[in-house]
Design a protein around this ligand. Structure first.
Ligand SMILES: [Zn+2]
Ligand SMILES: [Zn+2]
Length: 317
């Protein structure tokens, strides 16, 4: 198994202190996708909607869940270079960010949630609609930010740097292909509606998974505990078993218990059989779980584990 990935240095950083501000490039991008989605609704055709469903599901499964999340962010398996590049390219087409951008978003939130307290922005403690608006239009400016160092294999790789610099433009070649294949309905459904639904869908899984719900494990000392969302395995590529993921980020498989459907894991297993990927990570053995506490399969999260933030409070360290 590969060594665990630690990119965040929280020395001197404050996960509570900072301000939520409008992020104009992000806000304009997502507002454009929402406008395009409304236009798509006005010119819906059966083929365009079918195309949207297939492209959205497949790109989130292969590009986001398997490629960016399980491979690139958590390094739960090793892939041949062409496989890694293909997966991360598809992940970029999801339209949320480029490779390094996604790592920063994920690792900042994950770091903040594993601290004893963190700002509502990272806790997803704000209400559903406010948190959605934050996610679509805003960023968090830390008073004292953590330091994030991304490994050279990604940060210095010319192809990944190119994707980071041009990730929004990567929709253009796809849009041209879609236009040639089916005109404006294909472009609006295949790009705008797909990017908006992917962004909002990804966020909604994040919101529910970091709010109270069932799950077997408690990560000791973490202010935010994760939940599983039963019944949503197929729809979320297995990412809904998020309580397992917080407990075992080293595991390529997220749906660990019987009945926890995990399409992302099916893809990884198939690629391993083809010889495309290796070093597939499993949950660490029983003797190496001092950071975990078992709380029983279906108990709701203890209310005191995600205490409401006291306005203006700072952690004392
Ligand atoms: Zn993760
Ligand atoms: Zn999480």
């Amino acid at each position: 198994m590969m060594a665990p990935v630690i990119r965040v240095d929280g020395t001197g950083a404050d996960p509570c202190g900072g301000t939520v501000r409008i992020d104009w490039p992000k806000a304009l991008w997502n507002a454009g996708m929402i406008a395009g989605t409304l236009a798509a609704l006005a010119m819906a055709t059966r083929q365009a909607v079918a195309l949207f469903l297939v492209l959205t599901w497949a790109s989130l499964l292969v590009g986001h869940s398997v490629g960016m999340h399980r491979m690139m962010i958590h390094r739960t398996f090793r892939a041949k270079p062409w496989v890694a590049r293909t997966l991360i390219y598809v992940g970029t087409l999801v339209g949320v960010s480029g490779p390094s951008g996604i790592i920063r978003i994920h690792d900042t939130r994950d770091w903040a949630q594993r601290e004893p307290r963190c700002h509502d922005f990272f806790a997803h403690r704000a209400g559903f609609w406010q948190d959605l608006a934050w996610n679509l239009f805003c960023r968090f400016d830390f008073t004292r930010p953590p330091r994030i160092v991304i490994e050279p294999a990604i940060a210095a790789d010319p192809f990944f740097r190119f994707l980071d610099a041009t990730w929004r433009w990567q929709q253009v070649p796809l849009a041209l292909v879609l236009y040639a294949a089916g005109g404006w309905p294909f472009v609006l459904w295949g790009v705008c509606a797909r990017v908006f639904v992917s962004t909002a869908g990804h966020w909604s899984v994040t919101w529910f998974c970091h709010n109270p719900g069932p799950g077997r494990w408690i990560v000791r000392g973490a202010g935010i505990q994760a939940s599983n969302l039963p019944g949503l395995g197929l729809l979320t590529y297995g990412e809904c078993w998020h309580n397992n993921h917080h407990a075992f980020p080293e595991s390529a498989r997220i749906g660990l218990e019987p009945g926890q459907t995990d399409p992302g894991w099916w893809v990884i297993r198939a690629m391993a059989r083809l010889g495309w990927v290796s070093d597939v990570g499993a949950p660490r053995p029983e003797g190496a779980r001092e950071d975990l506490e078992e709380r029983g399969q279906d108990l709701p999260r203890r209310a005191d584990l995600n205490p409401p933030r006291v306005p203006g409070s700072r952690r004392s360290r």
